[in-house]
Design a protein around this ligand. Structure first.
Ligand SMILES: Nc1ncnc2c1ncn2[C@@H]1O[C@H](COP(=O)(O)OP(=O)(O)OP(=O)(O)O)[C@@H](O)[C@H]1O
Length: 611
C-alpha cells in the first residue's frame, strides 16, 4: 500500500484534542505565496485557533447532531397493499392522495413529513452562490448505445411517460424539467419490465433513473397480499449501495420522489442503532434502501424477508460486485429467499462497468438490456481536469497554495466546496489537521470515524461551515453535493475507475467543475489511463504526462486497468464473442490493459469504502 506524505507527517497531536496552532505539524504555518519573502506577521491567515472548524477537527465526540434518518413515514400496520384503482387518476390537488387507495394508510398514525421543506430552506441559503439553471443541453450530443432484444424506445420528456400523477408532481417539486439522457432511455426500458445494466457518467441522474420506475411500478401493480409474520418486513423493492452515506442519500431522494404516493421508503445501514431501523421496518416498507452488511444482519435476525422482492437495484453495481464484496452480494441475491431473475426485475447502474464485472453481473439478470450513455467509464467533459507534477514532500504546501488562490478568486469565479481525496485514513486525519492549523477550515471523513462523526463532517461540509473535506474513497462514489466546485486528488488512486468516480463529485447535473490531480513517480502506473481518459474528455494532456504514458506503455506499466483494452470502446461484454468469464475475470482481458493486481485500490489493507 502506498503512503502519502500526509501519512508520514508527525501526527502525534491527532487525537489528543489539541486544536491550536501549537499543534501545527513540524513544517510550520502556511504562508501564502505573496507573503513568502516577508517575515511572518499578523497578516498571515492564522485564523485557525479561532475558527470553529478547527475545533471540529479533533473534538467530534461532543457533537451531537440530529439522529440520522428518522424516517417520518406513515403508519401502515398492514404490510399488504391496498387495492389499487385507476392509475394516475387518484391525485387530488392540494396534496394528500397521490394514489388512489395507497394514501389511505399513511395518515392513520403519523403524518408523512414533507421531504421538500428542508431542500427549499437549503436552496435559499445558497441561492447567491448557486449556478443558475441546469444545463442539460450539455448532455445532448452524448453517444448512447443500447443492446439486447427489442429494446424499448427512449422518450424526450417526462410527459411522454406514464409515471402517475403523484410522481409527476414530485418531479416538478424537484424542478426536473426534462429527463437526462440516461433517464430518457432507462425509464422506458424499466417500465417495460426489462432487466437493465446501465452505465452513465457521474452526476447524470442515475438515481432517479432507477427510482422512478420502481416507485411507479409499485404504485401501478397489485401485489399479492404480503405474508403476516410477526415482526418480519416484506419489502417489494431493494436498493443496495456500497456506503452508508450513499444509502442515506438514495433514501432521501426516494422519499422525495415517493412523497404522497403512498409508497413507503426505509433505509438500513451499519454504524447506526439497529433498533430504530427495526421500528421503521415494522411500520411497513415498500422500498428498502440498504448497505449489504446491515441487510444481512436483518435477514439473519429474520426481521426481514426478501420473498416479495419485485425490484432489485444495485447502485454502483461494479463496486458491489468487485472482488471481495461479490460473495456477500451473491449471498443476498442468490442464497436468501429472493425470487430468481425473471421473477423479479433487476436494475444495475454505475458510471463504470468493467467487462469482467459485467460478466459477473449477468448472473443476476434475465434477457437484459445494456445501456451505455457516453463511453463506459468515461468522465464528463463538464469537468476541467488538471494534472500537476508534485513531489510527495511538496503536496501539502502545494494544496494550500491552491486553496489560498481559490479563497481569493473562487473556482470558475465562484466560491464553492473543495473535496480532497487521500489514500489512507491516517493520511486523511493528518491532512485535515494540517489544514485546520493553517487556517483552512476542513473536516474529514473515512472508515475509522464513527457514523456520527462521518455524518457531522458531511453536514458541516455541505452547509459550507467547513468548505474543505478531506476524504478517503468512502466519499468517492455517488455522493451528490451540489456546491462541490473542486476535487483534488492529493493522492491519486491506483485505479482509473476510482479516479472517474472521485472527480465525478464535481461537474454534476450539467454544472461545470474542476479536478486537480497531484502526480509524481509513485503514480507511474496511472500515467497511461489518466492521459487516455483526459484525452477522451477533450482535456489538455500535459506533454510530460504523455511522455510518462508512452514510457508506461513501452514498459508494460499500464497494468491497472481492470477492463482490458476494450474499456474505452465502452461496450456490452456480450458483443465480445470471445469473452470467457472463467478465464478473463482472473486471467486478464485481451488488449494488454488488465491488471494482475486486480481490484486496484481494493486490495488487502487498502481503505475500504464498504459498509
Ligand atoms: N432530470 C433532471 N433534471 C434536473 N436535475 C436532475 C435530473 N435528474 C437528476 N438531477 C439532479 O442531478 C444530480 C445528480 O444526480 P444523481 O446523483 O442521480 O447522479 P448519478 O448519475 O447517480 O451520479 P453518480 O454516478 O456520481 O452516482 C442530482 O442533484 C439530481 O437531483
Amino acid at each position: 500500500m502506498r503512503t502519502s506524505w500526509a501519512d508520514s507527517a508527525d501526527n502525534s497531536a491527532i487525537g489528543s484534542g489539541i486544536t491550536n496552532a501549537s499543534a501545527c505539524p513540524s513544517r510550520g504555518a502556511y504562508v501564502p505565496p505573496h507573503l513568502r519573502n516577508r517575515a511572518l506577521s499578523s497578516e498571515v491567515p492564522l485564523a485557525a485557533a479561532s475558527h470553529p472548524a478547527v475545533a471540529l477537527g479533533n473534538d467530534r465526540v461532543n457533537h451531537s447532531g440530529p439522529a440520522p434518518h428518522q424516517g417520518g413515514g406513515y403508519f401502515k400496520p398492514d404490510h399488504g397493499r391496498q387495492q389499487q384503482q385507476g392509475y394516475g387518476s387518484g391525485f387530488q390537488s392540494g396534496g394528500g392522495g397521490g394514489w388512489n387507495g395507497r394514501g389511505v394508510g399513511r395518515d392513520r398514525g403519523r403524518r408523512e413529513a414533507n421531504p421538500f421543506e428542508n431542500v427549499e430552506a437549503e436552496d435559499q441559503s445558497f441561492s447567491e452562490q448557486e449556478n443558475t439553471g441546469i444545463n442539460f443541453e450539455a448532455y445532448d450530443d452524448i453517444p448512447v448505445e443500447t443492446s439486447g432484444e427489442n429494446v424499448p424506445l427512449p422518450v424526450n420528456s417526462f410527459a411522454e411517460i406514464d409515471l402517475g400523477v403523484a410522481l409527476n408532481q414530485n418531479i416538478q417539486r424537484c424542478k426536473y424539467v426534462k429527463p437526462t439522457p440516461v433517464q430518457r432511455y432507462a425509464i422506458p426500458i424499466s417500465l417495460a419490465g426489462r432487466d437493465l445494466m446501465a452505465c452513465a457518467q457521474t452526476g447524470s441522474g442515475k438515481t432517479a433513473a432507477f427510482c422512478f420506475p420502481i416507485i411507479s411500478g409499485i404504485m401501478r401493480e397489485q401485489y399479492a397480499q404480503r405474508p403476516r409474520v410477526a415482526r418480519t418486513a416484506y419489502p417489494l423493492a431493494l436498493i443496495l449501495s456500497p456506503t452508508r452515506e450513499l444509502s442515506c442519500q438514495i433514501h432521501d431522494e426516494a422519499k422525495k420522489f415517493s412523497y404522497q404516493t403512498g409508497v413507503k421508503v426505509v433505509v438500513a445501514y451499519g454504524g447506526a442503532p439497529i433498533t430504530q431501523q427495526l421500528r421503521e421496518l415494522e411500520r411497513g416498507v415498500d422500498i428498502l434502501v440498504a448497505t449489504p452488511g446491515r441487510l444481512v444482519d436483518l435477514l439473519e435476525r429474520a426481521r426481514l424477508s426478501l420473498q416479495m422482492i419485485r425490484y432489485l437495484a444495485l447502485d454502483e453495481a461494479d463496486r458491489m460486485l468487485d472482488m471481495g464484496f461479490e460473495p456477500q452480494i451473491r449471498k443476498i441475491v442468490e442464497q436468501m429467499d429472493m425470487p430468481p431473475p425473471g421473477m423479479r426485475q433487476t436494475l444495475l447502474f454505475s458510471a463504470t462497468f468493467p467487462k469482467e464485472i459485467q460478466a459477473l453481473a449477468s448472473d443476476f439478470l434475465s434477457r437484459y438490456v445494456f445501456l451505455a450513455v457516453g463511453r463506459v467509464g468515461s468522465s464528463t467533459d463538464l469537468i476541467a481536469q488538471r494534472v500537476e507534477y508534485v513531489l510527495e514532500s511538496d503536496k501539502r504546501s502545494h494544496l494550500m497554495d491552491l486553496l489560498h488562490a481559490q479563497r481569493e478568486t473562487g473556482v470558475n469565479g465562484k466560491q464553492g466546496l473543495t473535496l480532497v481525496f487521500v489514500e489512507t485514513k491516517k493520511g486523511a486525519d493528518a491532512l485535515e489537521h494540517c489544514l485546520c492549523v493553517n487556517g483552512f477550515p476542513a473536516a474529514s471523513i473515512h472508515g475509522d470515524r464513527t457514523q456520527q462523526e462521518r455524518e457531522l463532517a458531511l453536514r458541516s461540509f455541505k452547509t459550507g461551515n467547513t468548505p474543505i473535506l478531506v476524504a478517503t474513497d468512502v466519499a468517492a462514489r455517488g455522493l451528490d453535493i451540489p456546491r462541490v466546485a473542486h476535487v483534488v486528488n492529493f493522492d491519486l488512486p491506483n485505479d482509473i475507475d476510482d479516479y472517474v468516480h472521485r472527480i465525478g463529485r464535481t461537474g454534476r447535473a450539467g454544472k461545470m467543475g474542476l479536478a486537480t490531480a497531484f502526480f509524481n513517480e509513485g503514480n507511474f502506473n496511472m500515467a497511461k489511463p489518466l492521459a487516455d481518459l483526459m484525452q477522451e474528455a477533450n482535456q489538455e494532456v500535459p506533454a510530460w504526462l504523455s511522455r510518462y504514458a508512452a514510457r508506461a506503455t513501452y514498459s508494460g506499466g499500464n497494468r491497472n486497468r481492470k477492463s482490458g483494452g476494450s474499456r474505452f470502446g465502452g461496450r456490452d461484454f456480450r458483443k465480445e464473442g470471445s469473452f470467457n468469464k472463467a478465464t478473463d475475470y482472473y486471467g486478464g482481458g485481451t488488449g494488454g490493459g488488465y491488471c494482475g493486481n486486480y481490484g486496484g485500490g481494493y486490495g488487502q489493507g487498502v481503505p475500504s469504502a464498504w459498509d
